[in-house]
Write a protein that binds this ligand. Structure first.
Ligand code: NAD
Length: 370
């Protein structure tokens, strides 16, 4: 168990649980990182190469994300060993058995992650009643369908643009990844007068200087066609989205897409990180030195987790949207105030904000010593 001790620090983990059921082939780990702000929420990841160490890192990331989002929830994560594409009956048996084993672990609320989805969460809900990201049939808010994360990105854009003296009406936007996050961000921004000049997917990019009709592009994608099929404009390879001159650049696809070796290609004033860890720390630092404002992932893309927490609280879709708007705007304002006052990177300011919130909560607890 030295491994576990080596990975701990003064914030957590609060609890680590290893679940094993050899008869079923079940091997899984739960890490509850910190619950000072409330029961932890975090995804259940299913993959053949998951590790306890990865679970520790992801649980800490959730502590930071939930605190930064201003939620009354701590951070946790669980990993289940196995191929998520295994026959459905076997997957269901494993997930139900894991949930059942954690039936008394009230410090952890399951959510979907890589290898699990809303159906998996419905199984967990059926077993123990403690899951978010549920199908509408059992009280879920379909966050990707309604664009919860895109709604948050729009408000992040609005607050950050005001800070820069940039007017959203007429601002030129380029989006990498026109999926659940990217297309809704485009929709809300366009509704407020911004102009989508470039969009990409895994197969290519389209650039239209006069602006893309967002609804038409979304329709085309929903038919299973690539963005390159958009009529008119220039068709380019997917990497070319990096070169599109714009005011706002939104990565909403994959991790590590902008690094020290390609960051010089970006020609923008503001970056909103829709994807998780899309930029390396070095690339963020270079942009900061160039005067480009980068709103970090766990602040900018928190709309999804805020929506999930509201779903757990039994809120309506409209109340969830209201909470996303209020929380994201307030958090970005607080982060930008700290950036200006302390002359630090936005990510460092955001982490500082999250850690301060966790420590303040820890100080109120029975064994709080911080
Ligand atoms: P998605 O699968 O719906 O969309 C991803 C899009 O990116 C697709 O259009 C795909 O074709 C495109 N893509 C893949 N590789 C690409 C590449 N190399 N270049 C350009 N485009 C590429 O996924 P999503 O739910 O929109 O999530 C996107 C990112 O945002 C992920 O990193 C995810 O972890 C993160 N995220 C999602 C949410 C959410 O609410 N869905 C919340 C927070 C963070």
């Amino acid at each position: 168990m030295t491994d576990v001790f080596r990975l701990g620090d003064d914030l957590g983990p609060a609890k680590v649980i290893h679940v094993r059921e050899p008869g079923l082939g079940l091997a899984a780990v739960l890490v509850v990182d910190n619950v000072a702000r409330g029961p932890s929420i975090g995804g259940l990841r299913m993959a053949p190469d998951v590790s306890a160490e990865e679970c520790f890192r992801l649980a800490r990331a959730m502590t930071m994300k939930n605190a930064a989002a201003g939620l009354a929830h701590g951070g946790g994560k669980s990993v289940l060993w196995g191929d998520p594409r295994m026959p459905r009956e076997h997957k269901e048996r494993l997930i139900r058995a894991f949930a059942h084993a954690l039936r008394n672990e009230h410090d952890y609320i399951f959510g979907p992650d890589m290898g699990t989805d809303e159906t998996s969460m419905a199984w967990v809900h059926d077993e123990i009643g403690r899951a978010v990201g549920l199908p509408a049939a059992v009280g879920g808010i379909p966050l990707d369908e309604i664009g919860a994360t895109g709604w948050g990105l729009f408000h992040a854009a609005d607050v950050a643009a005001r800070h820069l003296g940039l007017v959203l009406e007429g601002a030129r936007v380029a989006i990498q990844g026109f999926g659940a996050v990217g297309k809704h961000a485009a929709r809300f921004l366009a509704a407020h007068g911004a102009v989508l000049v470039g969009a990409s997917d895994s197969q290519g990019a389209v650039v239209v200087d006069g602006g893309i009709d967002v609804a038409a592009l979304a329709r085309l994608k929903s038919e299973g066609r690539p963005v390159g099929d958009y009529p008119g404009g220039r068709k380019l390879d997917r990497e070319s989205i990096l070169d599109v001159a714009c005011d706002i650049w939104i990565p909403a696809a994959r991790p590590d897409v902008v690094r020290e070796d390609n960051v010089s290609r970006l020609k923008t004033k503001l970056v909103l990180e829709g994807a998780n860890i899309p930029f390396t720390p070095g690339a963020e630092k270079i942009l900061h030195e160039r005067g480009v404002l980068v709103i970090p992932d766990f602040i900018a893309n928190a709309g999804g987790v805020i929506c999930a927490a509201m779903e757990y609280a039994g809120a309506t879709q409209a109340a969830a949207f209201q909470a996303i708007e209020e929380k994201i705007r307030a958090n970005i304002e607080a982060m930008l105030a700290s950036v200006t006052e302390r002359r630090i990177l936005p990510r460092d300011a955001a982490v500082g904000l999250a850690v301060a919130r966790v420590r303040a909560a820890m100080a109120t607890r029975r064994f709080g010593i911080m």
